[in-house]
Design a protein around this ligand. Structure first.
Ligand code: PLP
Length: 458
């Protein structure tokens, strides 16, 4: 298929008509863009017929079951032929089946609200917090605390809750009522090495911010279970216990953004399920339909849902929100097929096994190459933080991290890195292969990295 296309014309048209995500114009003008044409499993082909192994599941950790998964593709096409769409408060079968199945995987959670993107799912969560503030707290408890280095989306309000400075630049003024608390990176901890109870110390920073803001005005905290694009940061032990205690003490809703980790990426259905924590709201998107249809969910406890029936005589007290394409049935059909497929093929077990295998391989590389300052992650989601000097932990430049990505690409392996999140810390490589990865595929990724580190110097 790829060979019969007029590659030169398509590349020219790409350069002329398409505005690419996250791409600087001056870089794009001079580049020879990579245009993908087809994929099977973890392998994809570009327009020139060159084959790549995809170690980032579609660039942004989404295609969790690989390309051309017949079960998911068929579930979507069958559903589209049966009933493609209906919204505005009416029901449809895939939404019901998917919601029930999803809630089975989330003990303690109760209601599923559908929309299209991670940003939108988080926007819904913020609207829920604000409306509960109006319904129960006279409008006073509306603020949301977010964490430095976390990302929750690209809309103006989700950017208002963004802990990555370079994503926010030039898009202000932002929505009021969003306040930041510090990140929880053990590797870049402000506390001296060997500090006891590090997780608790990091979480207490939330309390400091809540007290400063006035607890009566703070309604919620939002965090990623494991900071993803901000550098693959797994909170230290004890973090979630203290965070939970603080949320209870000050009556804060806990929103967990599972847009990246949700649906198996870390070896459990959800990232938060590795920790001792009970969220009030969970948002998710990428892995829900594994790239076979756009869908996102805002899932709440029954308590949150019931808050909206506080005063039935009040015309405004229900969630006055709609998402046009939350009525598209392809998303829930794919989501339902995805969960069933994962169960039938023991995908979570594979993530745990392959995640350990990948981590062992990365630790071996860390021993071999000084440039690797830290290796971390959970399941099939790993980060390698690159440094100029292991003692000072001075980060390598974005260009050096980019050179490692480029060297892997030359060998036909696509890896990722933190992209333009920060001024100084775009130095973490990210690996998120499909959840169906085999040892042979992991070996290929490790080999490409090994070769790249022989060439690229800090
Ligand atoms: N939340 C997290 C943790 C993300 O990583 C992303 C996107 O990468 C989003 C939210 C936003 O999702 P979307 O791009 O689908 O709006």
């Amino acid at each position: 298929m790829a060979q019969s296309l007029d590659a030169a014309q398509l590349i020219a048209d790409d350069k002329k008509y398409v505005w690419h995500h996250l791409t600087q114009h001056k870089v794009f003008e001079k580049s020879d863009p990579t245009i993908f044409v087809e994929g099977k499993g973890m392998r994809i082909k570009d327009i020139h017929g060159k084959e790549y192994l995809d170690a980032v599941s579609g660039g942004v950790w989404t295609v969790n079951l690989g390309y051309a998964n017949e079960t998911l593709a068929k579930a979507v096409s069958d559903q589209l032929m049966q009933l493609c769409y209906f919204a505005n408060g009416y029901g449809n079968i895939p939404t019901i089946q998917f919601s029930k199945k999803l809630i089975e995987k989330m003990p303690g959670m109760s209601r599923v609200y559908l929309s299209n993107s991670g940003s939108e799912a988080n926007e819904k969560a913020f609207k829920i917090v604000r409306q509960i503030s109006q319904l129960k707290h006279g409008g006073k408890k509306y603020k949301v605390v977010y964490r430095n280095r976390d990302y929750h989306g690209t809309t103006i309000t989700t950017l208002s809750a963004c802990g990555q400075e370079e994503r926010k630049n030039q898009y202000g003024p932002f929505t009021p009522g969003f306040v930041e608390f510090p990140a929880c990176s053990a590797y870049r901890s402000p506390y001296p090495a060997g500090t006891a109870n590090l997780g608790e110390k990091f979480a207490r920073e939330l309390e400091t911010v809540v007290q400063k803001e006035d607890p009566d005005t703070v309604g919620a905290v939002i965090i990623e279970p494991i900071t993803a694009g901000g550098g693959v940061i797994v909170p230290p032990e004890g973090y979630y216990e203290t965070l939970t205690e603080i949320c209870k003490k000050y009556g804060l809703l806990l929103i967990i953004d599972e847009v990246v980790c949700g649906l198996g990426r870390t070896g459990k259905w959800f990232g938060y399920q590795h920790f001792n924590v009970k969220p009030d709201i969970v948002t998710m998107a990428k892995g829900v339909a594994a790239g076979y249809a756009p869908i996102s969910c805002t899932v709440t406890t029954e308590e949150v849902f019931q808050d909206f029936i506080a005063d039935p005589s009040d015309r405004d007290s229900y969630f006055r929100d709609i998402s046009t394409f939350g009525g598209c049935t392809a998303g829930p059909a794919a989501g339902y097929a995805n969960i069933n497929y994962m169960e039938e093929h023991n995908v979570l077990d594979n993530v745990v096994k392959m995640g350990d295998y990948l981590m062992d391989g990365l630790k071996a590389l860390e021993k071999k190459y000084e440039i690797i300052g830290d290796v971390r992650g959970k399941g099939l989601f790993c980060g390698l933080e690159l440094v100029k000097n292991r003692t000072t932990k001075e980060p390598v430049s974005e260009a050096v991290a980019g050179a490692v990505v480029g060297e892997c690409m030359k060998q036909g392996v696509i890896i990722g890195k933190t992209s333009r999140c920060f001024r100084e810390l775009n130095n973490t490589l990210c690996l998120a292969p499909a959840l169906i990865a085999t040892t042979a595929e992991i070996d290929e990724i490790l080999k490409a990295l090994d070769n790249a580190f022989q060439v690229v110097k800090a």
